[in-house]
Design a protein around this ligand. Structure first.
Ligand code: FAD
Ligand code: NAD
Length: 463
């Protein structure tokens, strides 16, 4: 006999637990199925462990620069890699335990352990158990996608998950893919003392960004001794004794690296291939992402898809926003015209190199493509007094403003505290307020944010 629920949620990543809490809080009888670790990618193999490691790497970097600040450290700075990893494990482990404790404590939520598969539009099988509901929520996330490359079957490859489980510092880490995952790991492992090489297939790293932004991040990492090879096509691998020989083709150049470890950071794929979607008729796109409308409803009534698996966002904050949209539309009694929509979301994210790169809205190229008259304001971080005082002058502030409405349409901040300062700009965009609101505001001195009104006052036409 199937067990009946008011809602079945598959996946306890970033949307599942919060949705279970809200639905069960509203009196629904909920089943939450998780096959592996509570908290999903972000807590266990993504944001939390990587940002804990970025913090350790920053301490090592700053300690090496101690003399710049008039501080003497009595001897060379060394990195105790097992202790760094133990700290990361403590932080991520406690986060995962908190999520698990939270969901297990929810009244009216049944936690089911195991791999869930749809078996028709209203039924889910988990091992021997059959669950039934006319509302099913899929928050199954994604995993590392390994790009096809010659010889990869013959060499050991690491993904974000296995790299985070290493016990010893790699002597020479080769990172394939110079984007969010690859660059955060590249910088931190270099700071821990490994030799690091990045092979990126595109003509530049983080190729979704404007070319000068890519270049600034490239120079930042190169300046710390990361060897970056862009335009690395046709990567091939083979074992050479205990080491891995990697070769690429970059135009006329054929760079090679003899490395101890290879991290593949060539993108993500959704966990939809073994979910029984076909049994219910849930449509996916060519890459396996579940097709959803503006309310995150799939092609099958009564089935929603949230988070990374719907292809509408690949960040924790976008998954969380998906949860808010679905919960509000189901529970908040919103009038039809007030229903929350994915299209209300403004793109924002950070690359947590040190200093970080923070983005909201349009890039310069996208603003040009929009054909709207646009104004641009820029300031190097060396003209931001807080950055000078902190001895971290790398980077710049850039804002883009619609010339007619005088509303902010995008910003790129590269520099110390950029990941925090961007929030004022995204809030301005959500408020659909003219930039005069921020220009007339008083910000704390000395902060990076205090220069945002100044940059907005120094606009010129974007050519
Ligand atoms: C190295 C790295 C660093 C990152 N850093 C950041 C960052 O700093 N900031 C940021 O915003 N984002 C970051 N991200 C992205 C972020 O981690 C993800 O976008 C986010 O975790 C997606 O949440 P989700 O709930 O959609 O999926 P997930 O967190 O992947 O959760 C899905 C859950 O579903 C479970 N599951 C899957 N299939 C089934 C099934 N059939 N049955 C039962 N359970 C199932 C999985 O075990 C998992 O627990 C990072 C990602 C990586 C890889
Ligand atoms: N700070 C953050 O918020 C953060 C951090 C890490 C990851 N993430 C999330 O994880 C997702 C995945 O990140 P990612 O960096 O793995 O993927 P990505 O899709 O952003 O980048 C993959 C990179 O690999 C390159 N590539 C692909 N095939 C290759 C090949 N054969 N040889 C060499 N290079 C190749 C691509 O050109 C691209 O630059 C991101 O979309 C992001 O949402 C977020």
């Amino acid at each position: 006999m199937p067990e009946h629920f008011d809602a079945i949620i598959i996946g306890a990543g970033q949307a599942g637990p919060a949705l279970a809490a809200r639905l069960s809080g509203a009196g629904w009888h909920v089943a939450l199925v998780e096959r592996h670790l509570f908290g999903g990618t972000c807590v266990n193999t993504g944001c939390t462990p990587t940002k804990a490691l970025v913090a350790s790497a920053r301490v090592a970097h700053q300690a090496r620069r101690a003399a710049d600040f008039g501080i003497t450290i009595g001897g060379p700075v060394s990195v105790d890699f097992p202790s760094v990893m133990a700290r990361k494990d403590r932080i991520a482990g406690s986060s995962a335990a908190n999520v698990e404790c939270w969901v297990r404590g929810l009244k009216d939520t049944t936690v089911v352990h195991g791999h869930a598969r749809l078996d028709g539009p209203q039924r889910v099988r988990v091992g021997q158990r059959e669950l039934e509901s006319d509302r099913i929520f899929l928050d199954v996330g994604g995993r590392a996608a390994i790009a096809p490359m010659q010889g990869i079957a013959d060499v050991p490859l690491l993904t974000n998950s296995s790299l985070l489980a290493l016990k010893e510092l790699p002597e020479h880490l080769l990172v394939v893919g110079g984007s969010y995952v690859g660059l955060e790991f590249a910088q931190m492992f270099r700071r821990f003392g490994a030799q690091v090489t990045v092979f990126e297939r595109a003509a530049r790293v983080i190729s979704r960004e404007d070319p000068d932004v890519s270049q600034a991040v490239h120079d930042l990492l190169a300046g710390e001794g990361v060897d970056l090879r862009v335009g690395s096509e046709c990567m091939a691998f083979r074992m050479e004794g205990q080491q891995i020989r990697a070769r690429a083709r970059c135009g006329d150049d054929e760079p090679e690296a003899l490395c101890s470890h290879v991290l593949v950071a060539t993108g993500r794929r959704p966990n939809t291939d073994d979910l029984g979607l076909d049994t219910a008729g849930v449509k996916t796109d060519a890459r396996g992402f579940i097709e959803v409308n503006d309310f995150l409803e799939t092609s099958v009534p009564g089935i929603w898809a949230l988070g990374e698996c719907n292809g509408r966002g690949a960040f924790t904050h976008t998954t969380w926003n998906d949860y808010e949209i679905v919960a509000a539309n189901l529970l908040d009694g919103l009038a039809n015209q007030n229903r929350r929509r994915v299209s209300d979301r403004i793109l924002t994210y950070a690359l947590f190199t040190d200093p970080p790169l923070a983005r909201v809205g349009l890039s310069v190229q996208q603003a040009k493509d929009s054909k709207r008259p646009t104004l641009i304001g820029e300031r190097p971080m060396r003209r931001v007094s807080r950055a000078v005082e902190k001895g971290e002058e790398y980077g710049f502030l850039r804002v883009l403003v619609d010339a007619e409405s005088k509303q902010l349409v995008g910003a790129t901040l590269l520099g110390v505290e950029a990941d925090e300062a961007i929030a004022a700009l995204s809030t301005l965009m959500y408020a659909k307020a003219p930039i005069s609101v921020l220009q007339r505001s008083v910000q704390i001195h000395p902060t990076v944010s205090e220069l945002l009104p100044t940059v907005l006052g120094e606009l010129k036409p974007l050519e």
